[in-house]
Design a protein around this ligand. Structure first.
Ligand SMILES: *Cc1c(COP(=O)(O)O)cnc(C)c1O
Length: 399
């Protein structure tokens, strides 16, 4: 069975984790710092804060940007729940604006039309690895005093072209904060894990403190509290709390895995690109099937493909997606549907009154979405098996 996604763990990963487990630090130690440094270097961001998962990174991004009750946060309906939930965690209103039919990412023009006065942030999701239209989204947000939080969980290690320059995801000026996830289905893994990167020192400091209960051991940063007699004695145990934080820490052995995975990331991305190009060519002429398209052809060699999501017109093929997936699975090929439009989820309908018709493009594409297997450990035989079985199935239904 060829799954739709899978991690790649080799002996260098095992060695790295084993060394961390045998060291004095299991958590909040030198591997966490080293992982953050390596990640900052890789993305070109000034600051990187490692956390326990991608959702925690999004939550801290909201808090560090000061998003809260009375604020509206726009995101794409075509994303994992967490991109929107993070806004709800801080008491803001998560809202949804429709996607571009080519990239399946937020459509900046539609967002401009939808924009409401109380909007304080955009969560721009880089669907499948292709970046959202960040320069345009940043222009829109900044002229209206709002933040751009880039949810780059799909785009680890990617780049995009803009004005004749290549910009690394996490290291460009069109987002205030960028968040990543290292869940095993993502392009590199730490089991569970996440990262928040930014060039803004204040956002970074807030996120770092909030990751660990809002605690700081450095009283000289906060002279104001030292006038209080009870806090006057500042021995080696000393800590202060200035904000309500969380335990969003990541362990040293996860960070050690992150470091070794990061060293293999270019290889992972190269293999993913190869598979995507092979699929694209193989499926280009199949009826009732649309392969992924790039907004900017110059991104072809630098996009960090996470998903290979095709559109299939199951109605024209006189079948259902469920039946198609079942037949595909019987031939040994897994597939997945990413994502159910978030604004149609029962909780969002109930809490905010959202429903069908709010994002017509996302709603019309959703029934056609199908993500095919894509992960670096796929052999050429696996890739051929996917191509042959999908082709056969489409052609047999198209007759
Ligand atoms: C995976 C993912 C998340 C959440 O990451 P976790 O590490 O699972 O919490 C958020 N947004 C997107 C787009 C994702 O793919």
């Amino acid at each position: 069975m060829i799954p739709y996604g899978k991690q790649s763990i080799d002996s260098s990963d095992l060695d790295s984790v084993l060394r961390a487990l045998q060291s004095d630090w299991l958590t909040t130690g030198p591997q966490v710092k080293a992982f953050e440094q390596a990640f900052a270097q890789r993305t070109g961001a000034r600051y990187a804060i490692a956390v326990c998962n991608g959702t925690a990174a999004l939550h801290l991004a909201m808090l560090a940007c000061g998003i809260g009750s009375g604020d509206r946060v726009y995101t794409s309906p075509n994303t994992f729940l967490a991109s929107a939930n993070a806004a709800a965690y801080v008491g803001a209103v998560p809202d949804f604006s429709d996607i571009d039919p080519v990239t399946y990412c937020l459509d900046p023009e539609v967002l401009e039309q939808n924009w409401l006065e109380d909007t304080r942030a955009i969560v721009a999701v880089d669907y499948a690895g292709q970046t959202a239209e960040l320069p345009r989204l940043a222009e829109l947000a900044r002229s209206r005093n709002a933040f751009v939080i880039e949810d780059a969980c799909h785009a680890i290690g990617g780049q995009f072209e803009h004005e004749k320059r290549l910009w690394p995801v996490g290291g460009h000026p069109y987002a205030d904060v960028t968040t990543f996830s290292f869940h095993p289905v993502k392009s590199m893994t730490t089991g569970e894990g996440g990262m928040l990167v930014t060039d803004d020192r204040e956002i970074a400091e807030r996120a770092r403190v909030l990751r660990n209960h809002g605690m700081t051991r450095e009283p000289d940063e906060f002279q104001s509290l030292q006038v209080d007699g009870a806090l006057a004695e500042q021995g080696p145990w000393y800590y202060e709390m200035h904000s309500l934080g969380y335990n969003y820490r990541i362990t040293d052995f996860q960070s050690a895995l992150g470091i070794s995975q990061l060293q293999r990331l270019d290889h992972f991305l190269q293999r993913r690109r190869e598979i995507v190009e092979t699929y694209r060519e193989a499926f280009a002429k199949l009826p009732h099937l649309q392969v992924p398209r790039l907004r900017n052809p110059l991104d072809q060699d630098v996009v960090a493909w996470h998903l290979f999501t095709i559109l299939i017109d199951f109605e024209m093929l006189r079948t259902t997606r469920t039946e198609f997936m079942r037949e595909l699975r019987e031939s040994g090929v897994g597939s997945q549907v990413l994502y159910i439009p978030v604004h149609l989820q029962p909780w969002y309908r109930h809490m905010y009154g959202y429903g069908p018709g709010k994002c017509p493009v996302a709603e019309s594409l959703y029934p056609q979405f199908l993500s095919l297997p894509l992960y670096p450990a796929m052999t050429d035989e696996d890739v051929m098996a996917v191509i042959e079985n999908v082709t056969q199935l489409v052609l047999s239904h198209a007759e």
